[in-house]
Design a protein around this ligand. Sequence first.
Ligand SMILES: [Zn+2]
Ligand SMILES: [Zn+2]
Length: 343
Amino acid sequence: MKSISLREPGHFVLNDTPLPPRLGQDEVQVRVRKVGICGTDLHAFTGTQPFFSYPRILGHELALEVIDIGSTQQSHNLHVGDLCCLRPYLNCGTCDACRRGFTNCCMNMQVFGVHRDGGMREVINVPIDKVHKSTVLTAESLALVEMLSIGCHAVERAQVKRDEVVLVVGVGPIGLGVAQFAALAGARVIVADVSDARCAFAWKDPAINYCIDAKQDVIEQLKSVVPDGLPTVVFDATGNAQSMMKSFQFVAHGGRLVFVGLFQGDVTFHDPDFHRRELSLFASRNATASDFDRVIAALEANKINVASWITDRVSPEQMVDAFPTWLAPESKTIKAMLSFDNV
Ligand SMILES: [Zn+2]
Ligand SMILES: [Zn+2]
């Protein structure tokens, strides 16, 4: 079967590799239909993600078709031919976090396609309890569910309420996802980004009320858009330390600040600013099974429409050359999608 391996930073190879071994207990064998490409994959390629080891088969945003179901005592609703997506967070099930139900932040977390080989290959075996199916959605929509679940989880963390003013800093795919679920919760959604291309895309999104140019003074622009006070919830989806540190200033007194993006280092803040406002600071990591179910239900009900987010479509043969172009600063790529379908 075809499989794409990142041999070392900057160097993908397309291989012919053996099919996976026989199904183990509680596993399903699936054909990989689509693979969404995300920031984590781009960092793996540039070698800027310290926890990556090489060679690695990337791919954790997956649309899958069931081809075989192994023996299992677990209740499931899967049939051969079903389309599904994968919740790629392989938690241990036994650590303190898992036992308390915090499976998304397991102490021994292994993410499929990050810490272990992932889905950039034609056939894989995956745990049956990590598979979410839809009889309605297309393969492309299913490949976007994982990414959207990150935003859904962040909005859940903040418990966004109707008529709240929400600011999302960083409007790449993750920030766009946060905006969708904040809007579904009834919030008025403002976004901010330094990229003109991303701002232009955000202005067209019906979930977004206003887009701030983060190259200019953000507070000044916020004052004109929300004259009666600052946003009560601010999400940072940049993973940029400077942006994360600045975001404390954008939150109303008594508000919540959610770090969706991750920075590999220290983030500091001025405690009197934090205290004076009595802020609540949240980290948001991965997503839970119920986040995945919520995303699938929202897509099935056409409450969010993300088809226009897919700007680039490639075959395995094309991806090796196309991948570096998605990193270019002038790139208009929002979401790139690798297809193992013969179309
Ligand atoms: Zn991702
Ligand atoms: Zn665990």
